[in-house]
Design a protein around this ligand. Structure first.
Ligand SMILES: Nc1ncnc2c1ncn2[C@@H]1O[C@H](COP(=O)(O)OP(=O)(O)OP(=O)(O)O)[C@@H](O)[C@H]1O
Length: 643
C-alpha cells in the first residue's frame, strides 16, 4: 500500500492499448475449453471485467462528459509506465431499478427467474477441476496464503522473479530486499492464478470454513483483472462460482443453499450493490454488533441456484459500482467491493427418506399421505453447516490527482488501506510475539467489516498485484512489504457445524414439511368435502391445492443437491412437458383438473356456437368487394338486414 507523495504526471495522450503476450488460444477466445460461453440472452458475462459507470455526482458526470467530448482535449497517460492496460469494456447505462425482492423471502422470488440455465457448464471440465488431494490440503492451513501477481508491462521490469521469490534487479540501479511468498505469478492467464490463489479456499468454504480472498495493490496494477477478469480470461470470482457448483455436483451426500450479497465501501459508506440504487443511496448498510460478531443490515441476499443466476447478480452489482476515469486507469474502481456467498449445507437423508415430491427430488422429512406408507423423518440431529466465501476487490492506493472529487475518494481509499495495513501489522506482531495489543479495526469500515475474518476466523488468501516498471518502484515495494506483513498473521479458522434452525436451508425444509402436511390433510378430507361443495368451490379448492404444490416445488428447487444441479441443466434444454405436470398431481387433484378442463371446454363450445350463429346471420359479400367495404359491411349490414 502506498500513499505517494509525488505529483501527478502531466496528462498527455491516452496510452496505446496494452498488449500483453498471451497464448494464441487465449487470443482466439478459447482457453482450454474452460470458458463461460457467450449467450445472447445473458450479455453480462460472469467473467466480465466490466466496470459499469455508476452514479457519480452530477457535477462529476458533467465534467467527465465534457472532457471526453471536447475535441482535442488532453487525454490521460499512465504515470506508472508507458503502456496502457487492456482497454476496459465500455460503460453500460445503469439498469432500470428492478422490483424489490425482499431479503431472503423466497415466496416473492419467481422460481423461473431464479432457477436458470446450468447447461453452459461442461460436466467434463468441471470434474477435471475438482481435486480431492488439494481439498485435503485446503483444510490444514493456518497461515494466510500470500501471492504476488506481476502485471505484464511493455516497459522493462526491474524485478527479478522466481516461483516464490522476488527482488529488485540490478537493472534498477538500486539494492533491495529479497521477498519470499507462496506464489509469484506472471502473465495474463487467469486460470493458473485461480488455481494457485483461490481454488483451495473455495473448497475450504464448501467444506464449512469461512474463506476470504482479496486483491490488494496500487491503482491499475490488475486487481479487478485478477478477481473479475474479462470474457476471454474469467477471473477468480467466475471461476470460484463454477467450482462451487462443480463441488455440489460432486457431493451427493449433502444438500446446499447458496445466498449472495454484493457490497461496496465508497467514501467510508457501505452500499448494497444489489439494492435498487435509490434504496441503496437512502439506506446505507450499517455494521451492527461488536468484535467478531458483526451483522450487516439492511443487506439484501439473493438465493442463487445456477451460474446464470450468479451472473445476473454480479452483473447487477457491477452495474452499480462506482468507477471513474483517473489519471492512471480509464475505469478505476473507486470503492472496495465485497462479493459474499453464504453456503449452507447439511447431510442428505438416507435413501429410505426419499419420497416422491412433486419435482421428483429427494426431500427428507416428507410424510407421504398414503396410509401404510408413512415414514417420519427425524430431522433433529442433522446439523446445518454455514460458511461464507468473501471475494474482495480493494480500491487501489493512488497518488494525488488533479481532479477534486477523485482526490477526495483517493483520500478515503488511502486512509482505509492505511488502516488495513496497520491492522495487519498489529495482528502480525500479536501473532509473532504472542501479544494481545489493541487492533484498530474500528478505524475504517473496511477493517471493521473484515474483523471476523482477520481475527483468524477464516482462511485467507491475498493476491497482491504489482506493476513491475521503474516508475512504480515505491508503490511496488510498499505492496510487497504489506504482503510480507500479512504472511505473518496467524489463523485459526474452525468449521461451523451447528444445529441452526435459523439457517435458510432449515427454514425452507420446515416450510416444505408443513406445506406437505397441509396438502396431505386437504387430500384426505377431499372426497367427503367435495360432496358438500358447489362446482365453483370445488374449483377454488383445486386451485388452492395446486398453489400448495407449486410452492412445495418452488422451495424444493431452491435446495441444491448433486442431483438437482444436474437436473437443472436438463430442465433448461427441455421445456417441462404436460405429462410431467400430470405426474406431479395427486389423483384427487387430477380429478379436479379434469373437471375444470371439461368446464372450460363446455364454455368454449358455447362460445363457438354463438360465434357460428353470428357469422351465419351475416350476408355473404361478393368476393371482389373492396376490403374497406367488406369491413364496413360486416359492421353495418347485419343491422340493416335486421331492419
Ligand atoms: N495480468 C494482466 N494481464 C493483462 N492485462 C492486465 C493484467 N492486469 C491488469 N491488466 C489490465 O490493466 C488494466 C488495469 O487493471 P485493473 O483495472 O484490473 O486494475 P486495478 O488494480 O483494479 O485498478 P483500480 O485500483 O484503479 O481499479 C486493465 O485494462 C486490465 O485489463
Amino acid at each position: 500500500m502506498s500513499v505517494p507523495s509525488t505529483p501527478p504526471p502531466s496528462r498527455l495522450a491516452r496510452p496505446a492499448p496494452f498488449t500483453p503476450n498471451r497464448p494464441a488460444s487465449v487470443a482466439s477466445g478459447s482457453i482450454e475449453g474452460n470458458r463461460f460461453p457467450r449467450s445472447s440472452a445473458t450479455p453480462a458475462m460472469l467473467g466480465s471485467a466490466k466496470k459499469f459507470k455508476a452514479t457519480l455526482s452530477t457535477e462529476t458526470r458533467t465534467r467527465l462528459n465534457s472532457t471526453r467530448s471536447r475535441p482535442g482535449s488532453p487525454t490521460k497517460r499512465s504515470p506508472l509506465d508507458q503502456v496502457t492496460p487492456r482497454p476496459k469494456t465500455p460503460s453500460t447505462p445503469r439498469r432500470e431499478e428492478s422490483p424489490i425482492i425482499s431479503e431472503m423471502d423466497v415466496s416473492r422470488i419467481d422460481p423461473e427467474e431464479v432457477l436458470v440455465d446450468f447447461q453452459n457448464i461442461e460436466a467434463g471440465d468441471i470434474s477435471a477441476e475438482i481435486d480431492e488431494a488439494m481439498l485435503k490440503d485446503a483444510v490444514s492451513d493456518d497461515k494466510v496464503l500470500v501471492s504476488i501477481r506481476v502485471r505484464p508491462s511493455d516497459s522493462p521490469s526491474i524485478w527479478d522473479t522466481t516461483k516464490q521469490d522476488i527482488k529488485i534487479g540490478p537493472q534498477s540501479g538500486k539494492a533491495g530486499q529479497e521477498f519470499h511468498f507462496d506464489n509469484i505469478l506472471t502473465g495474463s492467464e487467469n486460470k493458473p492464478v485461480y488455481t494457485a490463489v483461490a481454488r483451495n479456499h473455495v473448497y475450504a468454504a464448501m467444506d464449512g470454513y469461512n474463506s476470504v480472498i482479496f486483491a490488494y495493490g496500487q491503482t491499475c496494477s490488475g486487481k479487478t483483472y485478477t478477481l473479475s477478469g474479462d470474457p476471454e480470461e474469467p477471473g477468480i470470482i467466475p471461476r470460484a462460482m463454477k467450482d462451487v457448483f462443480a463441488y455440489i455436483r460432486r457431493t451427493p451426500t449433502r444438500e446446499y443453499l447458496l445466498r449472495c450479497s454484493y457490497l461496496e465501501i465508497y467514501n467510508e459508506t457501505i452500499h448494497d450493490l444489489l439494492a435498487p440504487p435509490s434504496t441503496s443511496a437512502a439506506q446505507p448498510v450499517q455494521i451492527h454488533g461488536t468484535g467478531p460478531n458483526i451483522v450487516l443490515s439492511p443487506m439484501r441476499e439473493e438465493v442463487v441456484t445456477s451460474l446464470k443466476s450468479v451472473k445476473e447478480v454480479l452483473a447487477r452489482g457491477e452495474g452499480n459500482r462506482r468507477t471513474a476515469t483517473t489519471d492512471w486507469n480509464e475505469r478505476s474502481s473507486r470503492s472496495h467491493s465485497v462479493f459474499r456467498v453464504v453456503i449452507e449445507s447439511r447431510e442428505r437423508g438416507s435413501g429410505s427418506e426419499t419420497n416422491g415430491t412433486s419435482s421428483g427430488r429427494q426431500t427428507p422429512g416428507f410424510r407421504p399421505p398414503t396410509p401404510g406408507g408413512a415414514r417420519l423423518q427425524a430431522r433433529g440431529g442433522r446439523s446445518v453447516q454455514t460458511s461464507v466465501l468473501s471475494l474482495i476487490d480493494l480500491a487501489g492506493s493512488e497518488k494525488a490527482t488533479s481532479d477534486k472529487e477523485r482526490t477526495r475518494e483517493g483520500k478515503y481509499i488511502n486512509t482505509s488501506l492505511l488502516t488495513l495495513g496497520s491492522v495487519i501489522s498489529t495482528l502480525a506482531e500479536n501473532s509473532a510475539k504472542h501479544k494481545a495489543d489493541h487492533v484498530p479495526f474500528r478505524n475504517s469500515k473496511l477493517t471493521r467489516m473484515l474483523q471476523p475474518s482477520l481475527s483468524g476466523d477464516a482462511r485467507i488468501s491475498v493476491v497482491c498485484t504489482i506493476n513491475p516498471s521503474k516508475d512504480a518502484i515505491g508503490e511496488t515495494t510498499s505492496t510487497l512489504l504489506f504482503a510480507q506483513r500479512i504472511k505473518k498473521v496467524q489463523l485459526h479458522a474452525q468449521k461451523r457445524e451447528i444445529v441452526d434452525t435459523e439457517a435458510l436451508l432449515e427454514r425452507y425444509r420446515k416450510e416444505i414439511e408443513e406445506l406437505k402436511e397441509r396438502l396431505a390433510e386437504r387430500e384426505a378430507e377431499a372426497p367427503a368435502r367435495s360432496r358438500r361443495l358447489s362446482a365453483r368451490e370445488q374449483l377454488d379448492e383445486s386451485r388452492a391445492m395446486n398453489d400448495l404444490n407449486a410452492r412445495i416445488r418452488q422451495l424444493t428447487k431452491l435446495i441444491l443437491t448433486s442431483q438437482t444441479v444436474d437436473e437443472t441443466r436438463g430442465d433448461e434444454s427441455r421445456p417441462a412437458s404436460p405429462v410431467k405436470i400430470d405426474f406431479d398431481m395427486s389423483p384427487y387433484q387430477l380429478q379436479q383438473e379434469l373437471l375444470a378442463a371439461r368446464r372450460a371446454i363446455e364454455t368454449q363450445a358455447t362460445q363457438i356456437l354463438s360465434l357460428e350463429a353470428a357469422l351465419l346471420a351475416r350476408p355473404v359479400l361478393p368476393p371482389d368487394a373492396p376490403e374497406c367495404e367488406k369491413t364496413q359491411c360486416s359492421r353495418t349490414k347485419p343491422r340493416q338486414s335486421a331492419n
